[in-house]
Design a protein around this ligand. Sequence first.
Ligand code: MG
Length: 288
Amino acid sequence: MRLLSFTRGSDDRRLGIQTEDGIRDLTDALGVTDVGQFLAMGASADVGGELLDPATVTLRAPIARPGKIICVGLNYHDHCREQSLEPPRYPMLFSKFTNAVTDPGAEVTRPIATEKLDLECELGVVIGRRASNIGRGEALDAVFGYTVVNDVTMRDLQAEDRQWLRAKGSDGFAPMGPLVVTADELGDPESLRLRSFVNGEPWQDSSTTEMVFDVATIVAFVSRTITLEPGDVIATGTPAGVGHYQSPPRYLRGGDVMRCEIEGIGSIENPVVDAEPRLDDHAVAVGI
Ligand code: MG
């Protein structure tokens, strides 16, 4: 099953399912307006609905306001190697807020605070049922499906701030979607090709086989201390090839187009725009 959220014109968000014939609109049958609400309700998608031409809808982030966006750092062996770092002994967690959620196709603003904007293509795990202190063997039962997440990052602030709230949690820094592909449809999440492109040029090209901690381990690990709820999203880390570790390093500017793609799930594309400079702002004068 391939679920998505969409709008038509200026209407509110709606829930759809992608079929071979088009997008079936489940909103009226279920009374929910996006994938997040669908999961929170524990609803079934086995209902009828109007069949829509995909060309007539605008795809949105599948979950507009995830209760939690939990991210895993340094979770690919090849990404550790490109930094000459040993893989961590346990999953390194950080988080983003809902301000970071961005729709497919939406502009991502490069803040004036950074000269080193970068992308990170990541497998997003969408939680389907409440999970607290569960074991690894039952962890995948809590997973509803998977989506594509771009963990947009400001490398200069990532280093200077000594923690990652601004560097990774700023407005629009979590493009996600458009599809949530259910776990049964996707199959093994540990053998998927991940790729990212900037202006069509390949940056990352790796596989989830490079993960240090697999999805089951991450979900179980998180649940030991943080109760997972339906609609929560876990971004499971990124492989090698990000701009910062290319030789020479490369960064994103206004006019660039980011694309993140995962085999079996789909792709998300977002243009970058530069923030308007605020020349009367003291913060600019002191270089932040
Ligand atoms: Mg990341």
